[in-house]
Ligand binder design. Structure first.
Ligand code: PHE
Length: 357
């Protein structure tokens, strides 16, 4: 360090002093900006008490200065020192920034990629099975009128069948006639009516969507869940068409070895009505805890469209017949992915969701 050149000073006029100090400052600045800046080395080199460059330059310049110039040099010297101290901090900061930007030993800043929620994924799968059979896809409102959710589906006012779908109603509707009152749809079936009002037969449509019921949440119930509704209307549609279609759909969803069975049931808007059961996918129908040792799992409701429903939409029941079905997407997703608590599908818990990435 001692062998470094100490710039000499001969001219003590103020502009010359300014230039000389500026040159020293420039030298320090360039060193502070060096990519290999080392804070301790810089401090020793410039601010070291005995051998520091600042001290040596100061001594040299003051020693040879005439008395009138000493004050001018002293002032400039103090401000030079302050600025070099500033460079010491700036340089350290710059290096730190550089290190943060380039430290290849740190874990990378990972870009998280979104995935389809298991429910939506399952819903798309179900819909796709029917699209391949020529079905179109429709949607309808989640807030419905009593007319679409119940009356037009042949649930007359006060009919006990309404009690099977514990309904969440919109407040403050009591002044309206019953059929206009708003409620959260309890099933996707009202969209059957909306589709038939809009389109003349023949019609083949699936309707995926969210539905709401005033059910207490437990491992298998959620007040919000999802259904895929299906409707097929044409001339000469029979129960065999219904059976063949749903048997194919269940095999497409759960594997070709799955068997289906149609069990008599009741829905006001289909006649006859059936519940569809599939052979238990966990034990191949031998009987296990999942199927309550029956070998069968109930998956959906279906039936032939009741002629009374055609009456509500102006379809001629003598000319046309049709079938409808509705299945719970949550159930299907839980079976496909081995999910034991429906609440997980609505928890937004990343530890759960990340498993589907
Ligand atoms: N909407 C019925 C339910 O949610 C299911 C269903 C749809 C039954 C279509 C028959 C035909 O319970």
């Amino acid at each position: 360090m001692t062998d470094e050149i100490i710039p000499s000073l001969h001219d003590y006029a103020e502009p010359a002093l300014d230039r000389a100090f500026a040159a020293v400052l420039d030298e320090a600045r360039r060193q502070a900006e060096n990519a290999h800046f080392d804070k301790e080395a810089f401090r020793l080199r410039w601010l070291g008490r005995k051998q520091g460059r600042l001290k040596m330059i100061g001594d040299a310049w003051l020693k040879s200065a005439p008395d009138e110039a000493r004050k001018l040099i002293g002032q400039r010297f103090n401000s030079l020192k302050e600025q070099i101290e500033g460079y010491l901090e700036d340089g350290a900061q710059a290096v730190q920034n550089l290190e943060t930007a380039l430290d290849i030993t740190l874990p990378g800043a990972r870009q998280r990629v979104g995935i389809e929620h298991p429910l939506i994924k399952t819903m798309h799968e179900v819909v796709a099975v029917f699209q391949r059979m020529g079905y179109s896809v429709g949607v309808g409102p989640e807030v419905e009128t009593d007319f679409y959710n119940f009356e037009s589906l042949n649930f007359p006012p006060n009919h006990p069948a309404r009690d099977t779908q514990d309904t969440l109603v919109v407040a403050g509707q009591e002044q309206k006639p019953l059929r206009e009152r708003l409620l959260m749809r309890t099933h996707t079936s009202p969209v059957q009516i909306r589709a038939m009002e809009k389109h003349a037969p023949p019609l083949r449509i699936v309707i995926p969507g969210k539905v709401h019921r005033n059910d207490a949440a437990d491992a298998t119930h959620s007040p919000i869940f999802h259904q895929v509704e299906g409707l097929c209307v044409d001339t000469n549609i029979t129960f065999s068409d219904l059976k063949g279609t749903l048997d194919h759909a269940m095999k497409a969803l759960f594997g070709s070895s799955v068997k289906t069975r149609f069990y008599p049931s009741f829905f006001p808007f289909t006649e006859p009505s059936a519940d569809v059961q599939i052979s238990c996918i966990f034990c191949n129908g031998r009987g296990c805890r999942k199927c309550k040792h029956s070998g069968w799992i109930e998956l959906l409701g279906c039936g032939m469209v009741d002629p009374a429903v055609f009456g509500f939409v102006g379809y001629d029941p003598k000319k046309y017949s049709g079938f409808a079905f509705g299945m719970g997407v949550d159930r299907i997703a839980m079976m496909k992915y081995g999910i034991s608590d429906i609440g997980l599908l609505y928890s937004g818990d990343m530890r759960f969701l990340e498993q589907f990435a």
